[in-house]
Design a protein around this ligand. Structure first.
Ligand code: CP
Ligand code: NVA
Length: 307
């Protein structure tokens, strides 16, 4: 296993399933309130250049349950890359803490952070990807549908960090993945090329939402304007309107379709209240699994460091 977890493409298929096995075990222990202090005395520095609810809460609670401790470093605390060079912060934190989780704008910054840190770095979202989220999502699909590999997963919306991470997963596991975005909002070209070259998955990028969700087992959506794109929000609302996940669109999917959203949701934009709160929605299972899967990732990275 690599030192850091920056992208799902850093993992092999085997490592992904090992993380899921440990996730299952830790989730069960958490449910039974059975002590599992696998990271006793370990500290996690959490650097946030953008806001967060789930990522902060799930990492902070997760490391505590593992017997460790987390430090929350808000956007105004470090000023990473502004007040201080990324590589200096990397080396300083490595002298204090055993793990780093960072949510940054530029993906190149998290790569630099990892390069100069002697401790494992976990990507808690960049403009490019959100690997912890998609690991939790994939685990949630496994729990609900029993497999990731014989089902149709359709992502509808912006070709953003979430879409890129789904494509990264498709470069490692055989998926049937449809990405549906308005033209010129497609996911990262190099990421798609790379996944297609891996030759494992069927990946389609199309712009017609009705065609995209046809017979889908899972319909996934995310905000139309990500953090940092607030100035474009109004314009995007107009462009993305036909991509709303609503009851009408879901009529074209499988009858038992599962609906997913990484949250936070803009209710009434990319997803309706009716769908988000309705019987097909598994968004809160997905949110819960962030914590279980991240605990497994932290344990695996620490075990890997000891080798
Ligand atoms: N899904 C997710 O990462 O949520 P936050 O932005 O609240 O952390
Ligand atoms: N695409 C969203 C995901 C939030 C978890 C964003 O980057 O804001």
């Amino acid at each position: 296993m690599k030192k850091d977890f920056l992208s799902i493409a850093d993992l092999t298929r085997e490592e992904i399933y090992e993380i899921f096995d440990l996730t299952r075990e830790l989730k069960e222990k958490t449910r039974r309130r059975e002590e599992h202090h696998l990271l006793k005395g370990y500290t996690l520095a959490m650097i946030f250049a953008k806001p967060s609810a789930r990522t902060r809460i799930s990492f902070e609670t997760g490391i505590y349950q593992l017997g460790g401790y987390a430090l929350y470093l808000a956007p105004t605390d470090i000023g990473i890359g502004k007040r201080e060079a990324v590589k200096d912060i990397a080396r300083v934190i490595s002298r204090y803490n055993n793990l780093i989780m960072a949510r940054l704008f530029d993906h190149a910054d998290i790569e630099e952070l990892a390069e100069y840190s002697s401790v494992p770095v976990i990507n808690g979202l960049t403009d490019y990807n959100h690997p912890c989220q998609i690991m939790a999502d994939a685990f949630t699909i496994l729990e609900h549908l029993g497999s990731l590999e014989n089902i149709k997963i359709t992502y509808v919306g912006d070709g953003n960090n979430i879409a890129n991470s789904w494509i990264n997963l498709a470069s490692r596991l055989p998926l049937n993945l449809v990405i549906c975005t308005p033209r010129s909002y497609e996911p990262d070209k190099a990421t798609l090329e790379n996944a297609l070259q891996a030759g494992l998955s069927k990946i389609e990028v199309i712009s017609d939402p009705v065609e995209a969700v046809k017979d889908a087992d899972v319909v996934y959506t995310d905000v139309w304007a990500s953090m940092g794109q607030e100035a474009e929000a109004e314009e995007r609302k107009k462009i993305f309107k036909p991509y709303q996940v609503n009851a009408e669109l879901l009529k074209h999917a499988k009858k038992e379709v599962k609906v997913m959203h990484c949250l936070p949701a803009h209710r009434g934009d990319e997803i309706t209240d009716e769908v988000l709160d309705g019987p097909h929605s598994i968004v809160f299972d997905e949110a819960e699994n962030r914590m279980h899967v991240q605990k497994a990732i932290m344990v695996k990275l620490v075990e890997n460091q000891k080798r």
